[in-house]
Design a protein around this ligand. Structure first.
Ligand code: 8X3
Length: 250
């Protein structure tokens, strides 16, 4: 049972959606953040606990701060922040990759995560407790071909999580980072800009992780007793050894 307010970014699909469901089933009050309002409304309808929708894009600094500011009093005391919003755009070598793809990844995966953290932090500092869980990636632990900027963005998430844990050490706020390997969500569809065939190839012959697998791992981090901080969790499908070694079975 979680008697807390949990804010989840990128809740309109994939890991964010599954995480909202997992926390809601535990009784948590969930703040659903995302760009696609109709998806957030759809999610709110199926959740067993109370939820509140904040429709904004994490890349928009002003929108982030005003959305958090706009929360009614009864929703302001956020105890758990799950920084999930982020995406991969393209899988290309530096020399041919598009600047727009790079900017989209840096703006959401890095800058967006920083904005949301900064906006939510004051209530945790005031309460002298709280829990921030960031979505990293295996791509933040190892660099793979054609992934230079996506990997850079996830290395940044890892570094920021470590720095945040140091800076918040005296405030009783837990900071953890979860690093999934291959998870089957909209991830590859977005990375390959809707090229379904290319996206499907990623998962060929592999039993990937599901969004629910990651949601359960996040729940484990949150449910750990207060004196335990699961600081870093790398989670891979059994068929995946590292960022690029996969035991595909066709
Ligand atoms: C997603 C995992 O290996 O596609 O962050 O980069 S990977």
């Amino acid at each position: 049972m979680i008697d807390k307010i949990v804010l989840i970014t990128g809740a309109s699909s994939g890991i964010g959606w599954a995480t909202a469901e997992a926390f809601s089933k535990q009784g948590a009050k969930v703040i659903l953040c995302g760009r696609r309002e109709h998806k957030l409304k759809e999610l709110a309808q199926i959740l067993p606990s109370t939820s509140y929708i904040l429709n904004f894009d994490v890349r928009d600094k002003k929108a982030v701060f005003s959305a958090i500011e706009s929360l009614p009093k009864s929703w302001k005391k956020i105890s758990i922040l799950i920084n999930n919003a982020g995406n991969a755009h393209g899988l290309d070598p530096v020399q041919t990759a598009s600047l727009e793809d790079w900017e989209a990844m840096i703006d959401s995966n890095v800058k967006g995560l920083l904005y949301v953290t900064k906006a939510v932090l004051p209530v945790m500092i005031e309460a002298q407790k709280g829990h921030i869980i960031n979505l990293g990636s295996i791509a933040g632990k190892e660099v793979y071909p054609n992934g230079s900027v996506y990997c850079s963005s996830k290395y940044a998430v890892d570094a920021f999580s470590q720095g945040l844990r140091i800076d918040l050490n005296t405030f009783g706020i837990r900071v953890g980072c979860i690093h999934p390997g291959m998870v089957e969500t909209e991830f590859s569809n977005v990375r390959f800009k809707g090229n379904v065939e290319r996206a499907q190839k990623v998962y060929q012959g592999v039993k990937p992780l599901t969004a629910e697998d990651i949601a359960n791992a996040i729940l484990y981090m949150a449910l750990a007793p207060e004196h335990i901080n699961v600081a870093d969790m790398l989670i891979l499908p059994t068929q995946q050894a590292n960022a690029y070694i996969l035991n595909r079975k066709n």
